[in-house]
Design a binder for this molecule. Structure first.
Ligand SMILES: [Zn+2]
Length: 446
């Protein structure tokens, strides 16, 4: 509604006489449409204006009630009455920006602007971008309030849209009143983030592939069927759990980046595939898992017990470093070195991977519990989302097809670290290197 001026302007009736005072620059939308306001009495209006609003020079400014706000009007009261700010907002879908809009000058409460305008506008962009067969939900919104002043820190809020603490943001904006009076610009950056249900994404990627050739279409149909049968509900629960178990940060000795931080004692427990699997299953059945405090007791106990065993084993094996790691309760667990030494590799194929000489640096890959080929396809979709050029996207598709045709799964590709295989088969060198090297990066952003 608000963002299609062509609809709105025709309905506009100036509700407020102040539009005619010289203090307000009229926007182009007003030209030739407000003869009655130019007939009103400017003296009366100005006096009224001044008497009501001149005093609060040293006080906080205020927000204009949304009901009184006229979107097309420029509010440039002198001296200022309202706190003015700018919003740069964007809509993202699966992490990619699909719209970026600037609201150069707002005077209403951000919460009201969100509720009455921005939310619908974002939704419209989403609908325009996503056809009705795709299941997309609003993941969260991120709001960063800032003022152009070195002494002031940004204020950041991130939560589900219903839980954002707008009052905190509004209070901060009002507290910047004096800085605004000094001419410092206040800005809100709002990112409204949608995520496509990953099943739908998988089906769509199969569809996209289908367009390329008959054989591929047949394969895609088969894949879509397999995906639909095997993955329903599972992938999204996995994704959700993965996002929430990311390591909360240092100090942490676990290297796979997924931890449970015990609220008591703050110790980090490394989470492995089977933990995540169980957690995802519980979440599917309705268990709430929003923070580390929500870790189910049975998994906690398992983690404590495993940790105990691990400590004991470490103690026993402390004199035979060779065997370290072998007794870990790990589903997917390997050393990061290439099993075939890459001594004969051509210079072009020397990826900047640092070999871990420390034998107890075990590189654990947590791969979602998807069918192996589906995981390769998901990974390929992600790789494609990182490039713009169609040629590169096609090349990633080629690498994906090569992996699938040869039955390679992600763990094997990660272990082999063999871009040469893909290059020999016609994949461009950079694409091939990213394809073999970035699997961990993909897993970490899931
Ligand atoms: Zn950790």
């Amino acid at each position: 509604m608000v963002y299609s001026p062509s609809d709105d302007v025709s309905q506009y009736q100036p509700a407020n006489l102040w539009t005619s005072t010289p203090e307000y620059a009229l926007t182009p939308g007003y030209f030739g449409r407000t003869p009655e306001s130019s007939c009103s009495s400017p003296e009366y209006v100005s006096d009224d204006h001044r008497s009501t609003h001149q005093q609060p020079q040293a006080e906080q400014l205020e927000f204009l009630p949304f009901a009184d706000w006229e979107e097309e009007r420029v509010y440039n009261e002198q001296p200022p009455v309202y706190i003015h700010y700018r919003i740069d907002w964007k809509v993202t879908l699966n992490g990619k920006s699909i719209a970026q809009i600037t609201e150069p000058d707002l005077v209403v409460r951000p919460s009201e602007f969100w509720q009455n305008s921005l939310k619908d506008a974002a939704e419209r962009f989403k609908i325009r971008k996503v056809d009705h067969t795709r299941r997309v939900r609003m993941e969260d919104i991120i709001v960063v309030a800032s003022v152009k002043d070195r002494t002031q820190q940004d204020l950041r809020q991130q939560d589900e849209s219903t839980k954002i603490k707008w009052a905190v943001i509004e209070k901060q904006l009002l507290m910047w009143s004096n800085l605004f009076r000094l001419g410092k610009q206040i800005k809100l950056q709002v990112s409204i983030n949608y995520t496509e249900d990953s099943n739908a994404a998988l089906l769509r990627s199969a569809d996209k592939r289908a367009a390329t050739s008959v054989t591929k279409r047949m394969l895609a149909e088969r894949d879509a069927q397999i995906d639909g049968e095997n993955v329903s509900g599972q992938a999204s629960a996995w994704r959700d759990v993965f996002r929430k178990i990311r390591c909360p940060g240092p100090p942490c000795r676990n290297r796979n980046g997924y931890c449970w931080q015990d609220p008591v004692g703050k110790k980090h427990y490394r989470l492995l595939t089977h933990h995540v699997k169980r957690l995802a299953r519980l979440v599917e059945r309705g268990h709430t898992f929003d923070t580390h405090d929500d870790m189910p007791i049975e998994i906690r106990n398992e983690l404590y017990a495993e940790d105990q065993q691990w400590q004991e084993r470490q103690h026993r094996m402390s004199k035979s470093p060779q065997s370290q790691g072998s007794g870990l309760p790990i589903n997917i667990n390997f050393l990061p070195h290439s099993p075939q030494p890459p001594a004969l590799a051509t210079p072009a194929d020397t990826p900047p991977t640092l070999p871990h000489s420390n034998p107890d640096m075990v590189d654990t890959l947590l791969i979602p519990d998807l069918p192996l080929d589906t995981a390769v396809k998901e990974y390929s979709c992600w790789q494609q989302s990182r490039v713009d050029s169609h040629a590169l996207k096609d090349d990633i598709e080629k690498a994906c097809d090569l992996a699938l045709t040869n039955g390679l799964d992600l763990r094997q590709i990660h272990e082999d670290k063999d871009p040469e295989f893909f290059i020999r088969n016609g994949v461009k060198v950079g694409v091939a290197r990213r394809f073999v090297n970035d699997i961990r990066e993909w897993l970490e952003q899931l």
